[in-house]
Design a protein around this ligand. Structure first.
Ligand code: CTP
Ligand code: MG
Length: 229
């Protein structure tokens, strides 16, 4: 079976507030994006890796490919204004043989091989899968002015991560539908839900953080010291 992964890496990292995109910040002397790419390079279930990034970053992606022997890495594609646009651009160049397409944030370097494999296997049989972890905190629903409306049942709540994997047609149709109907989301599975596909959850790990703000970077430095893929 042929599986491709799309890695959106075209963000500016505004919440991180660094001088460069957070995907290029170093962790153990290696860019965060390279850690992420190495996870997929070493996963036997992945045949092709497509990175969407700003055009000015194309040369550095080519350099990563050589320096870190990332043989599965294809030529980068240009990112778009929103994460969704970046992924849509990458979708256009996915190999014709790909049956499963996974999407994984460039800034989640602590993904385990088991999560990638189970995500792909689950999508193969059920159409769509998301890696997620059980909510740890009690969750409240509130109005925009901060008044609590109700307490949600934590047992049924999950924090959603990536990878998210899809049978090829499902992801393509979901993106087509989103663009035709002006649906915007930072979560790919939400777009699949809009065409009636309900993803299956693969229980993941709390280590698979999305590096978003400076405090995440501190945590990432600790995780990098002990992470076992
Ligand atoms: N991303 C992308 N194209 C965009 C926006 C985001 O490819 N137009 C990517 C980011 O590079 C990141 C992933 O989507 O790997 C998740 O997005 P997020 O954590 O929001 O990253 P940024 O958009 O860079 O950060 P911020 O929202 O703080 O600016
Ligand atoms: Mg963003």
């Amino acid at each position: 079976m042929f599986a491709s992964v799309i890695i959106p890496a075209a963000g500016f990292g505004e919440r991180m507030g660094a001088t460069i995109g957070k995907q290029f910040l170093l962790l153990n002397e290696k860019p965060i994006l390279v850690h992420t790419l190495e996870r997929f390079q070493s996963c036997a279930d992945i045949q092709e890796i497509i990175v969407a990034t700003q055009r000015s970053s194309f040369p550095i992606i080519e350099e990563f490919k050589k320096k870190y022997s990332l043989s599965k890495l294809k030529a980068p594609v240009e990112g778009g204004e929103r994460r969704q646009d970046s992924i849509a651009n990458a979708l256009k160049v996915v190999d014709a043989d790909a049956e499963i397409i996974s999407v994984h944030d460039a800034v989640r370097p602590f993904v385990h091989l088991r999560e990638i494999t189970q995500s792909i296997e689950t999508a193969k049989y059920f159409g769509a899968s998301i890696v997620a972890v059980r909510a740890k905190d009690t969750m409240k629903q509130a109005s925009t002015d901060g008044r609590v409306e109700r307490t949600l049942n934590r047992a049924s709540l999950w924090n959603v991560q990536t990878p998210q994997s899809f049978q090829r047609k499902i992801l393509v149709d979901a993106y087509d539908f989103a663009f035709r109907n002006d649906i915007v989301a930072t979560d790919d599975s939400y777009l699949a839900e809009q065409i009636g596909i309900l993803p299956i959850i693969v229980e993941g790990s709390y280590e698979n953080i999305k590096i978003t703000t400076p405090d995440d970077l501190l945590l990432a430095e600790l995780l990098a010291k002990r992470f076992i893929p």
